[in-house]
Design a protein around this ligand. Structure first.
Ligand code: 7PJ
Length: 279
């Protein structure tokens, strides 16, 4: 499996690491540390040195209760970072947005992938993504960020999440998005209890049967706090464990904050599975 954009190819025959660069003042796990362009730049360069495969730039916080952001604000946050990464590196750049205008302008600034937690549900998003002809990640969310964690309920979380993603993939194809440009994501923590998240993690092999690359993001999320009892700044080990378990169950791209630790863990997994150091 692979994804391509223009002359870039990302081989997904082994799990790849997407590094989170939040350009928001209120994102829960970074607390806005990377809002300043210089800080974002340092963050990107250190992720690159650690072996990151994709840099994910986001200008809207989707944390429960986060303030809505205007299109102009999102552009002002995201574009300088996309431009900087493109100017200084050759790495894949993803833009974490649901806003068609941001998709379009980020693509113009050199982004290679659209990562939409709303699965291209905003007006015009499907059309813009189709016209840009770039890879798009379609994520499942129940409810909206403001209220999604108020008592989320499912009859069968696995069937409903996979069913939703299958429908969004069909809508994307109908809008003219090419099948080899589609990725899917169960949306850990987006309108889900711990039990829902764990059921989805166990069921990743079923999601992989849709035959689209699977992206997952559990890094530092409250599901890991629920399990370990630890605050967000002490969830690195739990995040790495979750990344490995997702990789073992067929995830192709793992979205993380702690790139160096995740790259090492995946290297160990790869060595075990491929054999390494044998005569
Ligand atoms: C995800 C994301 C995720 C994808 C965020 C956070 C919240 N994009 N953007 N999947 N989460 N595709 O990083 O904790 O799980 S923002």
């Amino acid at each position: 499996m692979q994804i391509t954009h223009k002359d870039r190819v990302l081989d997904l025959s082994r799990p790849r690491v997407m590094g989170v660069v939040n350009v928001t003042p209120d994102s829960f796990s970074d607390g806005g540390r990377f809002f300043k362009p210089d800080a974002a730049r340092a963050q990107v360069l250190s992720m690159l040195a650690a072996g990151v495969d994709i840099i994910d730039v986001g200008g809207e916080s989707t944390r429960p209760g986060a303030k809505p952001v205007s299109v102009q604000q999102e552009l002002d946050r995201v574009l300088p970072v996309v431009e900087m990464v493109r100017r200084e590196t050759d790495v894949w750049v993803s833009v974490d947005t649901s806003t068609p205008q941001v998709m379009q302008e980020a693509a113009g600034a050199g982004a290679n992938l659209i990562n939409d937690v709303r699965a291209l549900s905003r007006d015009g998003a499907l059309e813009v993504a189709a016209q840009l002809n770039m890879p798009v990640c379609l994520m499942h969310m129940q409810g909206r960020p403001v209220d999604m964690q108020n008592n989320p309920q499912y009859d069968d979380v696995v069937a409903q999440v996979i069913g939703y993603l299958r429908e969004r993939c069909q809508d994307a194809l109908a809008a003219g998005i090419r099948s080899n440009n589609i990725l899917v994501d169960p949306g850990f923590g987006f309108g889900k209890t711990l039990a829902h998240n764990l059921a989805l993690l166990r069921a990743l092999p079923l999601l992989a049967k849709l035959e689209y690359p699977v992206l997952v993001g559990m890094s530092r999320k409250s599901m890991l706090g629920d399990i370990t009892g630890k605050p967000v700044e002490q969830r690195q080990a739990a995040s790495v464990a979750a990344a490995l378990m997702a990789a073992l169950r067929g995830a192709h791209i793992i979205r993380v904050h702690d790139v160096a630790e995740t790259v090492d863990a995946l290297a160990v997994l790869h060595a075990i599975e491929q054999g390494m150091g044998e005569e």
